[in-house]
Design a protein around this ligand. Structure first.
Ligand code: IMP
Length: 190
């Protein structure tokens, strides 16, 4: 442990490696760049805090594909006990500018129940975005039950709790460069 990175002892299994994320992000950016070839500036909307790593890498990948972007962030929280379980979402940080008539891409870390996303899509439509697409790095099986159109998906992963690359457990582990599953002992400690 002394020579290692602190979190390595806490990880049971890596689900998506750093290299897989890098390659997939380039692939997704190429698809989006092709689909948005005629759009002057793509407006990326990231949901804090989980999407922050993916947003940063995806925006730079789009830049390498020759697509200019603008970045907007929102922060939301749910009234429910589990994040978004009630489907009622409170805005903690709203968009900084008008998105009327803009072609918007929501950048999501993970789609689980899909409730946050379905609320967000309704909200962006109510703010008169011209079009709204979604790019999500990860998708869990339950998301398929909800009718949320996620046009660009990185990885379909099993239905288990994951951390890393923006995703947290009790606000920790966001800085991991990969996505992994925690050892059961970590939860016992919490
Ligand atoms: P949804 O509304 O159920 O689709 O989930 C939305 C949010 O819950 C995601 O944007 C994440 O912030 C969080 N979330 C869902 N699954 C996980 C996970 O496995 N690890 C960490 N956070 C998660």
């Amino acid at each position: 442990m002394a020579d290692g990175i602190w979190y390595e002892d806490d990880i049971a299994r890596v689900v998506v490696t750093e290299e897989q994320i890098r390659v997939k992000t380039e692939e997704l950016a190429k698809q989006v760049a092709a689909d948005y070839a005629t759009v002057e500036r793509v407006l990326l909307v990231g949901v804090l805090k989980g999407a922050v790593m993916f947003m940063a890498d995806f925006a730079r990948a789009l830049g390498r594909c020759g697509r200019p972007v603008e970045l907007e962030f929102m922060a939301v929280s749910s009234y429910g006990q589990r994040a978004t379980s009630s489907g009622v979402v409170r805005i903690l940080k709203d968009l900084d500018r008008d998105i009327a008539g803009r072609r918007v891409i929501v950048v999501e870390d993970i789609v689980d129940s899909g409730l946050t996303l379905s609320w967000l899509l309704r909200y962006l439509a109510s703010r008169s975005a011209a079009t709204v697409d979604v790019v999500a790095l990860l998708r869990k099986p339950d998301a398929i039950q909800v009718q949320v159109p996620v046009k660009y998906v990185g990885f379909d992963i099993p239905n288990e709790f994951v951390v890393g690359y923006g995703l947290d457990f009790a606000e920790g582990y966001r800085e991991l460069p990969y996505v992994g599953v925690l050892k059961p002992g970590v939860y016992a400690r919490a």
